[in-house]
Ligand binder design. Structure first.
Ligand SMILES: *Cc1c(COP(=O)(O)O)cnc(C)c1O
Length: 503
């Protein structure tokens, strides 16, 4: 089969397009005399021009618009990716973040000339402290997982300051993969805690494993099954009883904002995923931000610099060197992803305290509505028999179904169902996580979706199962049919990624 010009175009990188000497923009000739001497000394200048694509403006626009259409994004469809909180990103935040005072501010600007930005960061810290119930905040970490690393390093510093060298960190077997990965990166040992039949922490197993070697318990509450652990007070007592800290993975905060606070539950350290709960384009769409909030006993170890406010109301950066303080030091260059701070702060201000609570309540309502649709006993086919809820009866902001019965009865796996959903215009839910659920399908609709969208999604699931009953498993097994690429070799993509083309 010969390729059409359009298909050929699809395979070219931007470097393979254009022609030598072609430009998208021509700078006018300088019409003022050059400043005395050379502006940039010769040793700092390139000897050869950089190797950049030589393309016209329409070629650039078409290239990137074409690429953008080859992916699935939140702006074109429902994206119920469990644990990732893919909520709508209000355009108001983009406008605010694009204001020149934010977007064009240089990260090395003298704090005296960046008072507005520092005030925004300070206010955001205050808001996050209030939301979490923990008074001291650092905005530095760039993602939830980076906040986890900060948290484990803080825990280590806290114990070391007391002359203790604790080497174990407990994580439930429902934990997100970043939790054990973080522990290992920080040089500590992961110890798994079992899950009880209700989907919460197995308290007896925790009690057996909590000893003087344990530095910390990392917990997500509500957990990755979408369930709030009602034993949290007892869990906190056990962990604090052996002198360990309690770390809150805040990725599921979207279920509980304004309703319950990690600080009140006894947690010492929490990370926020601003890009999840507080909206930002994420997951390939933009950078993240994973601030942490901590209790008084952890505060002396926080990363530097800190945003501080003096008595006269002026803002500054406190650079206490780690050698003269107990700080774990700096986690990254500059202060963090400032654009995320602006969007998150705009979100908090535009909703207010009642609005944040409302967002969480609606997220929980939407998830339970969708769950109820999928559990409908009178449905044809009986979705709940093929895809039962893994734990519990109701859920918080997300729920986990098991595709085990579907696989046995219809010979289609959760992966097949997920791929077929793409043909219906839906991004698949999270699959095969958490690991303790057979053929897991984790659905998080978020508060920003309408009833019509939730109904259409439930209908699509029923339709895919009906197809499998009447036309056989091949329909789903060979899906998707309508996407730019079909089934990918995901293992090869992860193990041997080709991220640049040899020129
Ligand atoms: C997303 C997520 C993380 C990691 O956060 P990133 O910002 O992606 O690094 C950790 N735990 C849970 C439960 C998550 O959903």
């Amino acid at each position: 089969m010969t390729q059409t010009p359009q298909q050929r175009e699809e395979t070219l990188t931007i470097f393979q397009k254009g022609a030598s000497g072609r430009r998208a923009f021509q700078c006018p000739q300088i019409d003022v005399p050059p400043a005395g001497g050379e502006l940039l000394p010769g040793r700092f200048r390139r000897s050869a021009p950089p190797r950049l694509p030589e393309v016209s403006e329409p070629e650039i626009v078409r290239h990137y618009v074409r690429l953008s259409k080859r992916n699935f994004d939140l702006d074109s469809g429902f994206y119920p990716l469990g644990s990732c909180t893919m909520k709508h990103n209000p355009r108001l935040h983009e406008r605010v973040a694009a204001l020149a005072g934010h977007a064009r501010l240089h990260p090395l600007q003298d704090p005296e000339r960046a008072q507005g930005a520092l005030e925004l960061m300070w206010n955001l810290q205050q808001a996050l402290a209030e939301i979490s119930g923990l008074p001291h905040v650092s905005l530095q970490p760039s993602a939830g997982s980076h906040g986890e690393l900060a948290g484990v390093l803080l825990t280590r510093a806290y114990h070391e300051a007391k002359g203790e060298h604790r080497h174990k960190v407990l994580t439930p077997d429902t934990a997100h993969g970043t939790n054990p990965a973080t522990v290992t990166m920080a040089g500590l040992e992961v110890v798994k805690v079992a899950t009880n039949s209700d989907g919460g922490v197995d308290v007896e197993d925790l009690r057996a494993k909590a000893d003087g070697d344990v530095a910390c318990l990392m917990l997500t509450n509500p957990n990755t099954l979408g369930l709030f652990d009602p034993n949290i007070a007892e869990i906190a007592e056990i962990v604090h009883g052996v002198g360990a800290t309690l770390y809150y993975d805040g990725a599921n905060l979207n279920a509980v904002m304004g309703i319950s606070r990690p600080g009140d539950m006894g947690f010492d350290i929490v990370h926020f995923n601003l890009h999840k709960s507080f909206t930002q384009p994420h997951g390939g769409g933009g950078p993240g931000s994973g601030p942490i909030a901590v209790s008084d006993r952890i505060a002396p170890f926080l990363p530097r610099p800190l945003v501080v406010r003096s008595e006269d109301g002026a803002f500054d950066l406190n650079h206490d060197s780690p050698t003269s303080s107990k700080s774990i030091g700096r986690l990254r260059g500059f202060q963090g992803n400032y654009g995320c701070f602006v969007r998150a702060y705009a979100y908090i201000c535009s909703l207010g305290a009642d609005g944040l609570k409302d967002a969480s309540e609606t997220a929980v309502l939407n998830a339970n509505y969708l769950l109820a649709r999928l559990k409908d006993k009178n449905a044809h086919p009986p979705v709940a028999e093929y895809l039962p809820l893994a734990y519990g009866e109701l859920c918080l902001h997300e729920f986990v179904l098991s595709g085990g019965p579907m696989k046995r009865a219809l010979q289609i796996k959760t992966l097949d169902l997920a791929k077929r959903l793409l043909d219906f215009g839906f991004h698949p839910p999270t699959v095969y996580f958490p690991l303790l659920v057979e053929e897991a399908l984790m659905v998080e609709p978020t508060e920003t979706e309408t009833k019509e969208t939730l109904d259409a999604f439930a209908d699509a699931i029923a339709q895919i199962l009906r197809e499998a009953e009447t036309d056989g498993p091949e329909v789903a097994q060979n899906a998707p049919y309508t996407t730019p690429v079909r089934r990918l070799d995901e293992v090869a993509a992860a193990k041997h990624p080709v991220i640049r083309q040899a020129l």
